[in-house]
Write a protein of this length. Structure first.
Ligand SMILES: [Zn+2]
Length: 162
């Protein structure tokens, strides 16, 4: 048998999770998201299920433009909620998300609908639609959404959107 590359300091602890967090995989915002979850929501690492993908929960709104993304995402959410009997879903988007500036995923035609709206406004509106899309899955969960943005003092603040 090959030698292990690493062995954890602590023994394996299998805590129960009742919460699914859906957020962007951005390496910049992820540490602050984890801090928010621990300090504000009261969820330490290992106490929640995490679905961190580029663009975060935005995949739930891609049913028309990238239906396969939306389909896979819905399957992940349903799988986790049903398998782990989760009760609560927390969706988080963040400012300066690269996903939103890439027109392979957010086509120009969609951007045009939003003339006069800032990207932040668009993301916040998306969050409210995401909450609805999660509710439409018909799962026995409560849903809430937050927007993470830079504060004037260069910190990251989380604002509840829905
Ligand atoms: Zn992002």
């Amino acid at each position: 048998m090959p030698e292990p590359a690493y062995i954890s300091e602590r023994p394996l602890a299998e805590h129960e999770s009742t919460v699914l967090v859906i957020c962007c995989s951005s390496h910049v915002f992820l540490p602050y998201t984890q801090e928010f979850l621990e300090k504000h929501v009261g969820l330490e690492p290992g106490r929640y299920d995490l679905l961190a993908v580029p663009g975060g929960p935005q995949f739930l709104l891609l049913t028309e433009y990238l239906p396969k993304f939306a389909w896979a995402g819905q399957r992940w959410v349903k799988f986790l909620v049903e398998r782990h009997r989760l009760k609560r879903v927390i969706a988080i988007s963040h400012e300066d998300c690269a996903w939103y500036s890439d027109d392979r995923f957010i086509p120009q035609v969609l951007q045009r609908f939003g003339v006069g709206r800032s990207l932040k406004d668009r993301q916040r509106e998306d969050l409210r639609e995401i909450v609805q899309a999660l509710r439409n899955l018909g799962l026995p969960i409560s849903v809430e959404a937050y927007y993470a943005e830079k504060s004037p003092d260069e910190k990251v603040r989380f604002v509840r959107e829905a």
